[in-house]
Design a protein. Structure first.
Length: 288
């Protein structure tokens, strides 16, 4: 004989399951929204004048914006590509950053300029473009303008280190209170900074087999910071080459004289280092 069905117990079980599901989902970040192509202007220098090394300001720019689900305000990451342009996994990078709880804006330096690469020519416009991106995201209602970081790759990493040096921090017009709070540089040409003292917390990640932007140059830059006003963390990845995190170079390739090779293990470690760095430097004021 079958036991009689008790609707009360069924209701209680369903309610408990609903509560458990809500608790589980509350602990997970909201899914990232699909990235959106956006338009903004390269930064304008105060007084409208040019500046050595800053390029021609005011150019129309494009980028790709990805945000976490929700209303924010969110901390934000401005992403700066290499001399080869946007990486093949641009969308995945933006989605990853958004899944960590940050708005991601990947700056496209090339689209409006008709460029394919800047590996064989000078490209001073990167700094103005980065500050233009800063001004753009700082005006978005879901962005916390006091918690914005620059993250760059190779040529973009050079720009990120220039930002960390503070040389142009007061040169560009930006919304009140908008500033870069930290910078991360993946395989940057550290020799370009010489013995500069960095004024922002900075993460540098480079491979020990990188013959394009040698780790030794970054070690010298790190040494120059020992008595500086900022913190610099240098991570040297064993066995990794230039562009170790770009899956477009699986198996390795020589491009414009540079040896580029993807390394999945190195890429994962670099992501973990970036996650920790952003969590520390873009945390809410007073948070531990």
């Amino acid at each position: 004989m079958r036991a009689a069905h008790d609707p009360t117990s069924t209701f209680i079980i369903a309610a408990v399951l609903a509560v458990l599901l809500a608790v589980f989902l509350a602990g997970r970040p909201a899914p990232a929204l699909a990235d959106e192509r956006v338009n903004f202007d390269s930064a304008v220098l105060r007084g409208g004048q040019g500046a050595a090394g800053a390029g021609q300001p005011g150019a129309a720019m494009k980028g790709y914006l990805t945000k976490p689900g929700g209303h924010g305000p969110f901390p934000t990451v401005v992403l700066l590509h290499s001399c080869l342009g946007l990486p093949v996994d641009r969308n995945a990078i933006g989605t990853m950053i958004a899944s960590w709880g940050y708005v991601a804006l990947f700056v496209d330096d090339f689209a409006t300029r008709g460029l394919k690469q800047t590996c064989t020519v000078d490209f001073p416009e990167g700094v103005a473009d980065a500050y233009g991106a800063l001004s753009y995201v700082a005006r978005l209602p879901f962005v916390d303008r006091t918690r914005i970081a620059a993250v760059g790759y190779s040529q973009g990493a050079d720009t990120a280190l220039t930002i960390a040096s503070g040389r142009f921090a007061s040169a560009f017009l930006s919304p009140q209170g908008a500033t870069f709070k930290a910078a991360a540089a993946f395989y940057p040409p550290c020799a370009n900074q010489g013995g500069a003292r960095l004024v922002l917390p900075t993460l540098i990640v480079v491979g020990d087999r990188d013959d394009v932007t040698p780790a030794a140059d970054c070690a010298r830059l790190a040494e120059a910071q020992r008595r500086g006003v900022s913190e610099l963390k240098l991570v040297v990845l064993a066995g990794a080459d230039h562009a170790f995190d770009n899956p477009g170079f699986a198996g390795g390739a020589r491009v414009y004289g540079m040896w580029l090779k993807y390394d999945g293990a190195a890429a994962e470690r670099a992501k973990a280092e970036l996650l920790r760095f952003l969590a520390m430097e873009l945390r809410q004021p007073g948070a531990r």
